[in-house]
Design a protein around this ligand. Structure first.
Ligand SMILES: NCc1[nH]cc(CCC(=O)O)c1CC(=O)O
Length: 308
């Protein structure tokens, strides 16, 4: 059989993730796997906040083009970067076991954002992080921070910020865990839908590969992420919305928390919900997400969303 080819972005994080999946496919299924590195639009646009660039799935379109024309068979994504609706002809064949879903605080001098002096400068371009930081500390000055993980850390080290917020999972994958000063608990800084999990995308018609890859599914992670992603989907979600959704297991029940802020007026109070349900399958997980959307709408979510 021919090599299985993984299309991947070329950031250090994307390569780590692709190599991780390559190694698993080799070890567990004896497949011969190689990587096809690609630069995406999202990698090229470094000067503007992604939320202003707008396009959904900025990081995935080129990879899908490679799957479409057969140059590659599989794309490995950070699930939180995958749009809620895939284009026709593509499926998420697996969601793998999630590592640490939390956001991390990185700073040379301050152990937590709560220790910062009045008006301190925090770097992040994620509206989700902006609205939750301001809910903790309305006095903070939030400044944009773009680029891959190494770039963001370099900008912090160059002195432009008192601290920055990054996903713990990305830092851990790159061996940068020692940079983490603290991890936010998931109630005060609710993670993004899918944060910390890897999603494997293939063509819908790739029956054999789909069957193989389905064996990498981690069901508890999949169900949690289905609930989270349904919140995003139900609010017309894109990464440009200040929306957080995180689910975790408490015994056999899934506990889902979500928060919505106002991207235009980021100091407006957050809308928050927390719901728990016994969940056994994808439909029940999505139903839990849909209930969270209904609860947010009952709190006035429409007034927080960009006019359609
Ligand atoms: N938006 C970029 C991105 N996509 C995935 C991760 C981290 C790894 C993950 O969440 O799986 C990051 C970096 C960050 O948000 O700090």
């Amino acid at each position: 059989m021919n090599d299985t080819v993984i299309a991947t972005r070329e950031s250090r994080l994307a390569l780590w993730q692709a190599e991780h999946v390559r190694d698993l496919l080799q070890q567990r299924f004896g497949l011969a796997v190689r990587l096809l590195g690609m630069t995406t639009r999202g990698d090229q646009i470094l000067d503007r906040a992604l939320s202003k660039v707008g396009g959904k799935g900025l990081f995935v379109k080129e990879l899908e083009a490679a799957l479409e024309d057969g140059r590659a068979h599989l794309a490995v994504h950070s699930l939180k970067d995958v749009p809620m609706e895939l284009p026709p002809g593509f499926v998420l064949a697996a969601v793998m076991e999630r590592e640490d879903p939390r956001d991390a605080w990185v700073s040379a001098r301050h152990a937590s954002p709560l220790d910062l002096p009045q008006g301190a400068v925090v770097g992040t371009s994620s509206l989700r992080r902006v609205v939750q930081l301001l809910a903790m500390r309305p006095d903070l000055r939030i400044e944009p921070l773009r680029g891959n993980l190494d770039t963001r850390l370099r900008k912090l080290d160059e002195g432009g910020y008192d601290g920055i917020v990054l996903a713990a999972a990305g830092l851990m994958r790159l061996g940068l865990e020692s940079r983490i000063r603290m991890r936010f608990d998931v109630d005060t800084m609710i993670p993004a839908a899918g944060q910390g999990a890897l999603g494997l995308e293939v063509r819908e018609d790739a029956a054999d590969l789909r069957a193989t890859i389905a064996r990498l599914v981690h069901a508890p992670t999949l169900l949690a992420c289905e609930a989270e992603r349904e919140v995003s989907r139900g609010l017309g979600g894109s990464c440009s919305m200040p929306l957080a959704a995180h689910a975790h297991w408490v015994g056999s029940e899934l506990k889902l928390a979500a928060a919505l802020g106002d991207g235009v007026a980021p100091t407006r109070p957050l809308l928050k919900v927390e719901l728990t349900a016994a969940v056994q399958g994808v439909d029940e997980a999505r139903a839990l997400g849909a209930r969270a959307v209904a609860a947010l709408r009952a709190q006035g979510a429409a007034g927080y969303l960009p006019a359609a």
